[in-house]
Design a protein around this ligand. Sequence first.
Ligand code: DGJ
Length: 734
Amino acid sequence: MSLAISFDEEQRIFTLSTKHATYQMQVEEHGILLHLYYGKTIANTPLSYLLEKTSVSFSGQPYDVGDDQNISLDILPQEYPTFGSGDFRESCFSVIGTKGETGADLRYVSHEILNTKPKLSSMPALYGENVPTLVITMRDTFLSLDVLLYYSVFEENDTIARSVVIKNTGADTLHVNRALSACLDFVDGSFDLVYFPGSWGTERKVERLSVNHAKIRLDSFRGTSSHQMNPFAILCEKNTTEEQGMAYGVSLIYSGNFLIEAQADQIDGTRLVMGIHPEGFCYELSGGEELITPEVVLSFSDKGFSKLSHNYHNLYKEHLVRSAWRDKRRPILINSWEAAYFDFNGEKLLKIAKEASELGIEMLVMDDGWFGTRDDDTSGLGDWVVNEKKLGMSLHELSSKVNDLGMKFGIWIEPEMINEDSDLFRAHKDFCLRAGDRPYVRARNQLVLDMSRADVRDYLYQSLSLVLKSAHIEYVKWDMNRSLCDVWSNDLPPNRQGEVYHRYVLGVYNLLDRLTTTFPDILFEGCSGGGGRFDPGMLYYFQQIWCSDNTDALARIKIQYGTSFCYPPNTMGAHVSICPNHQTGRTTPMAMRAIVAMTGTFGYELDPSLLTDEEKEEIKKQIAMVKQYHPLLSNGDYYRLTNPFANERYAAWEFASPQKDKALLCFVLLRAEANPSVIYLKCRGLDENAVYQINGEGAFGGDALMNAGVRVPILRNDYQSFIFSIEKIEDIQA
Ligand code: DGJ
């Protein structure tokens, strides 16, 4: 039996313990599952004393409580609050019975402690050996409904993963119209909420709000996790910074509509709920059927955001990403998009590949425009057949010629979409999402395929498999370029249309599962108009995701900064592109562009024939550097040393090896000043009792580098950049 989960039979208290945190809940005498505590480790004290059972005017009592006015669901902190049972805060669960009655009342029935974490059927989830899992069964006896609450404890990562299974155990059909995955109820608290909004080209900005009595709603109902809000947030103390203070992360392993809502209640407790967005959601459960909610990953840090990010980075690297490429250095690629857009043929691509190979670039990726009839974005999507006429050769010939240059070859696909001008649409108009007979909404001239349909998925699986087998393809970029509208499926009856958003996501996962299983060695990169679907659900299938279509290095500093709060740097697709930059028109030095792209997967997105000889020489050096520093860039602990949203003068970040023997300090001057003050960068993650060299010179104590800092030479021009390579030369003997 694991020590991470314990149950005190007498007081009916569950305690979940991670390395630095305690999570406690209690089954009270009527079977209500109360939340007692989540925070820094408390070793031996039952925390039920924290609860103040009291009566509050206008708060009701469950029927079986009788006249004890002190037990009200309106104010007690709960684990899985329901709508309609006297709790007027944001709830997690609601169901419509056969007579149209809405609400639920869940009470504890039993529990089980498992030594391993069961798989979440048909959905991505954390995995791991010997991960203890608590399963608590709650029941609504009136409706014959069981709700199983799962808590899996990843001790080392200070993480608890929660999901819910809803089972209709009776014969009548029920409609679940709210099924969130988790609630965090704090008896007190004066919290801030940090969240990550954005738009195309400005993904994952960082904002912070005080949690008061007005509800803060972070959400997406675009059908995907979206550019506009990421399914990740941090609840923290007012004084929490990178280095200190409590921080609670909530991250949803899901790629569709989501909701995070936080609010202080009438007696100043704080509630946060998270899960699938209830808007547009209504799931029919016939007798014997079940619904599984996506997993919420809760993580705790008592040492600020930096430690919280390390928890998520390590967890997602080790227990979420699964591909064969997970621990390998990814080939340095050149992507054709910004080099040629739709205007290419095989010869042009081979020219790009030849020049790129001479610089040391290792893979050519042929982006949009190679299939069906597609010379712009008005046609072709859905027709996954190589356009040999345009290429002037077969895919096999092209990939072989690229391979002959010593390079790997990859392609772009956008499986979930269809153009009206395509053979697929002409043959199967019913394959797309469409609100009955209503005219549909176009976006980027395309419609969305109904991924909830098995026949649509089968068509995609077969046509894409043929393409992937027809040539030596070692990389696939899976794009998705619009939000969902007209979310109605031809395949489902009217009473099941509330399932389409969720079934769409399950359908995407199903196709991903089939393709990644059939082609386990292909390196898949996710994409959605840049970073419009940068979420843990996608990371389960893709080991990297194109972070943004905005390749301007200055803008990327902010985008990658925000993304790094939850996601490991080695999952962020990042490329060096040509200047003036195609999105912003800005010109930045090649060296700065490379430092910024090195923080992610690193590649190029340009036409090499436009480079000067000097730039070509620089690229060769950059590639050597990326290879040399790969272990640090991929496995080092990532530290945000400055906040680019606050510090307009310079940006700095660092990778430090877990063994504390090596670090890379990256610096970019954002705005040069006259008569500038000296900048000192305070390192993180070094050993105070060791001596280090910087770029092979000098002798600096780890304590000096961390507390006094590295002195940055005075720089005169905007966008000058430095990499300081820090290496330990000896330990200081006590
Ligand atoms: C959007 C992507 O983010 C770009 O990188 C590119 O692949 C285009 N789509 C192609 O249409």
